[in-house]
Write a protein that binds this ligand. Structure first.
Ligand SMILES: C[S@@+](CC[C@H](N)C(=O)[O-])C[C@H]1O[C@@H](n2cnc3c(N)ncnc32)[C@H](O)[C@@H]1O
Length: 471
């Protein structure tokens, strides 16, 4: 491997584009294979995640400096230009001359000196156009056809940078087009959200999803209280505050959570406050039999166990036996013994509860979904979701919800949960399931749509209850 962080970032980006592997996994493999200093790891991670996340922004910016379509360039060159444009247009702290020089040098290092001329010309031209340059303070002119929204940290004000040319659709005439190009989202999703949101709400959503994610912790009450964990974090120099849910702790910035004090001892899990709402809504009690359908890797299963004082009987079911191993590992780390796992058929037909008369008191169904409420979590997430996925998800979500409902006893309850903000995966699925005559004795008593960034992840949770045997 070359010692150049940009060459390593380029190589990872090219592999990501051709194999569709998660960028995080690609980098972790490299950290395991090569001895990369921590400071370089941070730079490489930022370059890779940022370039993947903001691909559409970079392509719009670059195209203005090219006299042929960016799409026609060979993949390695296109990737190199994106890497350079990311540094010039979207980062702070990298002097433009260093960004150009170091990026151009990757052509030689990668054995493709033929890329040098074009890369040098395009990046120099872009460096001249960007105002102010990325080592200078950035004013906030607001959205405009020549202004790119910058990635900002948690709690930071929104910021835009001028890119010298009108490379984006006008935000007033075409908010969806501006959102798609300037914030980097698929056009179909931008159009969909633009129908529901005012432009200022769209921009807020874009800033939220383009922020580097900061993990939220969920304190394990069986291993100590929130105050003592906050004290342990403070002692280790980790800035954190109590969050809005009873068990949550908000970190001030990104962290390698497995290295935080208390992780190996199981004092906390990583879980957003929105996701913490799902098990809390089900409120499992000691002695109850609880089904968690779609359980792996068990973040909510273990929360169910914690909330019941590890005294419920929890069946964690999932179609993936491999992912179920993570449920067991998480339960073990957290010191929980009330969870049993079962790999199930995709139609859940082999789940207990029907023939054996052992109906459950409560069920949680945390279905696979489009993830449109958590698109900031992984840099490539927004590029993987397709409009045509939504009806497919909705159909399987309705089946999964039905499989859980039919296994809950009279008087019991069920929470349906997603990480999506699309109505057809949320209220639409609940309505479709309850339209089935088998579920006439069920009703929705509460449903919550969590909007991304207000303040946590986006998602949906509905609490359904079944009429008791007597009424
Ligand atoms: C959103 S994830 C669940 C996350 C989990 N509840 C947690 O909090 O850690 C969805 C899970 O559904 C599982 N899954 C997908 N199709 C399924 C099916 N037909 N039956 C059961 N599980 C399924 C996937 O393997 C995946 O683990």
């Amino acid at each position: 491997m070359s010692g150049s962080p940009r060459a390593l970032a380029h190589e990872a980006l090219l592999e990501q584009a051709t194999t569709q592997t998660f960028a995080q996994d690609l980098l972790e493999r490299r950290w395991a294979d090569y001895d990369v200093p921590a400071v370089d790891r941070r730079l490489i991670s930022d370059l890779v995640f940022g370039t993947v996340r903001r691909r559409a922004t970079l392509d719009a910016v670059l195209q203005a400096h090219l006299n042929r379509p960016l799409a026609d360039l060979e993949p390695g060159l296109r990737t190199l230009l994106r890497l350079g444009a990311y540094q010039l247009a979207l980062t702070g702290g990298i002097p433009p001359h260093a960004a150009v020089h170091e990026t151009v040098a990757v052509a030689e290092i990668s054995g493709a000196p033929r890329w040098t001329g074009l890369t040098n010309g395009v990046l120099r031209s872009l460096a001249r156009a960007v105002y102010p340059a990325n080592d200078e303070p950035v004013p906030a002119p607001g959205p405009a056809a020549d202004a790119v929204p910058l990635p900002v940290g948690p709690g930071d004000a929104d910021r835009w940078r001028k890119v010298g040319r009108r490379v984006f659709p006008d935000p007033t005439d075409d908010p969806a087009g501006y959102f798609a190009a300037a914030f980097a989202f698929p056009r179909w999703l931008a159009r969909r959200w633009a129908e529901r949101l005012e432009p200022t709400e769209l921009w807020a959503l874009g800033f939220h999803f383009n922020r580097p994610p900061v993990p939220t912790l969920r304190v394990n009450p069986l291993k100590g209280d929130r105050e003592s964990l906050l004290a342990a974090l403070a002692e280790a120099g980790v800035a954190a505050t109590a969050g809005a849910t009873p068990q949550s702790i908000r970190l001030a910035e990104g962290a390698n959570v497995v290295a935080l004090p208390g992780f190996p001892e199981g004092r906390f899990s990583v879980q957003d406050e929105t996701a913490q709402g799902a098990a809390a809504l089900l409120a499992p009690r000691a002695g109850e039999r609880v089904l968690d359908l779609c359980a792996a890797p068990g973040t909510k299963t273990t929360h169910l166990a914690e909330l019941s004082g590890d005294a419920a009987e929890i069946l964690a079911a999932d179609v993936s036996s491999q992912r179920l191993e993570k449920v067991s590992a998480n339960a073990q780390r957290l010191g929980l013994s009330s969870i049993r796992t079962q790999a199930t058929a995709a139609d859940a037909s082999d789940l207990p509860g029907l023939e054996d008369g052992g109906l459950f008191d409560a069920a949680l169904v945390d279905v696979p979904c489009s993830n449109t409420g958590v698109l900031g979590k992984r840099p490539e997430a927004r590029w993987r979701v397709k409009a045509s996925d939504l009806p497919l998800f909705a159909a399987s979500q309705t089946d999964l919800l039905a499989a859980a409902l039919e296994r809950v006893k009279p008087g019991g309850r069920c929470v349906y949960s997603t990480c999506s903000v699309e109505p057809e995966e949320n209220a639409g699925v609940v309505a479709a399931a309850l339209a089935d005559p088998r579920f006439q004795d069920w009703k929705v008593v509460r449903s919550v749509l969590h909007w991304p960034g207000r303040p946590g992840d986006g998602g949906f949770q509905a609490l359904l209850v079944r009429r008791g045997a007597s009424g």
